[in-house]
Design a binder for this molecule. Structure first.
Ligand code: UDP
Length: 370
């Protein structure tokens, strides 16, 4: 059997490798000039700093198999993301932890005092939070919500937080100790030589060929036994059921001498500041030394046809359209839809790899049962 995979991010690469290991021949195309999708990294030409070209990617997972998988394709160095947030000209620690609470309320609470205090801050009229705002008001109260989440979320999603699902906020913990590790996962790290080299290694198999700068055309379908589509789900169906909404990101790149902000990521909670965060990429590789620095102001915007999609918005209207596409996708026996865009879901890298491994297994089982 021969497979065509459209899109050469983590999803496409992992599925290609799993199928190639079983002796199938795989052709991958990508419309961009590089592999790796939005995880693509390259060294900045002027400074030599490893640049996360489509924004910061930090690897974190509880999935041991996924962690072993990525480590078998390149060395990961320990990296803990410690994010700060600037609100009203003051710097706070994120995710909300005992330090943030004490800084913000000008207090020196112990863990149990802080827990009681925050419980009182929370709105206990809300039983079952129905949206992002209610989730925040219930668990952290209005003051912390207004400072850290309201403005940032409006900028990030271009919407009132009332309209967003509570699940987005559930990505972030609230801690009653001084642990300021942004992620709670067991395994965390950064690839020593960037993500591109990890993906290159995954693709390095005699049964896989990759062609870049290739736009997919439906004429190709007949030439293959099966297609794996990791592009936008709605695009495959020529938007017949309407468009699914995505957010895109725009990065303003700047150069400076020395250390610009002293940290990899600083968020900006105020709505009056147009960007959501600034990331300074040499801090993602703290084992390297560079005299110069590069930093990126990150702006979020509605995703137009010509933009790169980053985040699926998944509002109620999108879910209705999504269900229609999922029904159509089930009928496409010759096509498998995979990845953040192909399944229209807000997945981190580790979940993407897990999904790709599971999809590969299903495909292999299906083919071997014939
Ligand atoms: N968020 C926020 N303030 C912050 C960081 C995050 O309001 O300082 C909200 C925002 O709505 C964001 C969500 O929490 O979309 C999830 O944050 P995360 O850092 O997981 O987003 P990602 O890294 O995927 O952009």
């Amino acid at each position: 059997m021969n497979f065509l995979i459209v899109g050469c991010g983590f999803t496409g690469a992992v599925i290609a490798r799993e199928l190639a290991e079983k002796g199938f021949s795989i052709f991958i195309i990508d419309q961009r000039h590089h592999i790796g999708g939005n995880c693509y990294t390259e060294r900045d030409h002027q400074t030599g700093i490893m640049e996360h070209v489509y924004g910061p990617h930090i690897f974190h997972t509880d999935d041991e198999q996924v962690w072993k998988y990525v480590n078998s394709h390149g060395k990961f160095k320990p990296f803990i993301n410690r994010v700060k947030s600037i609100v009203n000209n003051k710097v706070y620690s994120l995710p909300i932890n005992l330090h943030t609470i004490n800084q913000f309320f000008n207090a020196s609470f112990s863990p149990s005092e802080a827990r009681k205090f925050i419980e009182k801050q929370g709105d206990n009229h809300i039983d079952e939070p129905k949206n992002f705002e209610e989730q925040a008001l219930k668990f952290i109260g209005k003051d912390l919500y207004d400072a850290f989440f309201k403005g940032y979320t409006k900028k990030q999603w271009g919407l009132e937080p009332k309209l967003l699902p509570a699940s987005i906020l559930k990505r972030l913990p609230v801690r009653f100790n001084y642990d300021d590790n942004y992620f709670s996962h067991k395994y965390q790290g950064m690839p020593e030589n960037g993500y591109t080299s990890i993906i290159e290694s995954i693709l390095n198999h005699k049964n896989i060929s990759v062609e870049l700068n290739q736009i997919f055309s439906k004429d190709l379908i007949d030439e293959y036994d099966h297609i794996i589509w990791t592009g936008k789900l709605d695009q495959w169906f020529d938007y017949s059921e309407g468009k699914l909404n995505y957010r895109t990101l725009k990065f303003e790149k700047n150069y400076a001498q020395g250390d610009y902000q002293g940290n990899a990521v600083i968020n900006y909670g105020d709505e009056t500041i147009p960007y959501t965060r600034i990331s300074e990429h040499k801090h993602f590789s703290p084992w390297e030394t560079h005299e110069k620095t590069i930093y990126f102001k990150e702006y979020s915007a509605d995703c137009k046809d010509e933009d790169i999609p980053y985040y699926p918005v998944r509002l109620a209207d999108d879910k209705i359209v999504l269900d229609k596409y999922l029904a159509l996708a089930k009928l496409e026996k010759k096509v498998t839809f995979a990845g953040r865009l192909g399944t229209y879901s807000y997945m981190d890298m580790d979940v993407t790899i897990r999904q790709a491994l599971d999809i590969s297994k299903e495909l292999i089982d299906r083919v071997e049962s014939f």
